[in-house]
Design a protein around this ligand. Structure first.
Ligand code: IPE
Ligand code: IPE
Ligand code: MG
Length: 242
């Protein structure tokens, strides 16, 4: 089975550069090129949603010049890549708290989203200033604002009264079936916490700038062998499949 939604933690750009005695930012520039290859590969493989973790809420803690360079790369990627995405039927969406971004970057994001809004071959979501905890908090805050009127908090609100799913920032997509992390670490680093509850997880030592479509094809083969039980037993699944 091909996953409908693949989410990726693109890690290892800095180490890729370090190995080559290059500045970390050279690794980020290489990483952008990889994004292009992987997007094209996913389109060819009929994956419908691809979500890429580009900048976490914790990445602001990096040295200011690296942060600034990453913002500049984001701007140039939007300026340089959107026409190609559009021509390939890709819809671009950006999730995360965009408020701290420069007005220019926010404008480029809005323009790119609007320009590609009619495309449906692949929905490419870029998570920028995104954190899974931020997402849950912003969802809860929106829920409260819609459900709590002037009378204050209703007297009894139980867990089952709170349906956060429609308020999460990726409410437009099914939960990721498959989460891939490059760069050797085996952690989630505050990515899609709520949405990856039942995702298959794949970790590879390959650094993001080296992660090729061929390697992604192998990862998809691995995914195809998983039995996704969602809490049920194998026997139940086999019986349901007839
Ligand atoms: C991932 O690569 C890109 C971002 C987090 C922006 P890193 O920059 O984290 O690369 P390493 O982990 O230092 O190698
Ligand atoms: C995760 O990578 C975030 C992105 C890929 C955007 P990090 O390099 O920031 O993760 P940690 O700090 O090693 O967990
Ligand atoms: Mg890293």
């Amino acid at each position: 089975m091909v996953p409908q939604h693949v989410a990726m933690i693109m890690d290892g750009n800095g180490r890729w550069a370090k190995k080559r005695f290059l500045p970390r930012v050279a690794g980020h520039a290489r990483g952008v090129k990889r994004v292009r290859d992987i997007v094209e590969f996913c389109t060819a493989r009929n994956i419908h949603y691809l979500t890429l973790f580009a900048f976490s809420t914790e990445n602001w803690k990096r040295p200011p010049d690296e942060v600034e360079h990453l913002m500049g790369l984001f701007v140039s990627a939007l300026e340089g890549e959107v026409a190609r995405l559009h021509a390939n039927g890709v819809r671009l969406r950006v999730i995360g708290d965009l408020a701290p971004f420069s007005p220019r970057l926010q404008q480029l994001i809005a323009t790119a989203e609007a320009r590609t809004a009619g495309n449906d071959r692949l929905v490419l979501t870029v998570a920028a200033n995104y954190g899974g905890q931020w997402d849950i908090k912003q969802a809860f805050s929106r829920w409260v604002n819609e459900h709590v009127g002037a009378g204050g908090v209703p007297s009894a609100v139980g867990p089952s009264d709170i349906d956060l799913a429609p308020y999460l920032s990726m409410a437009y997509a099914p939960n990721p079936d498959f989460v891939i992390r490059t760069g050797g670490e085996q952690r989630i680093s505050n990515f899609l916490l709520w949405q990856s509850t039942y995702s298959e997880l794949f970790f590879t030592d390959t650094l993001w700038p080296d992660f090729s479509p061929a390697e992604m094809a192998k990862a998809l083969d691995w995914y195809a062998q998983r039995e996704r039980r969602f809490g049920q037993t194998s026997q139940q699944l086999q019986a349901a499949a007839g």
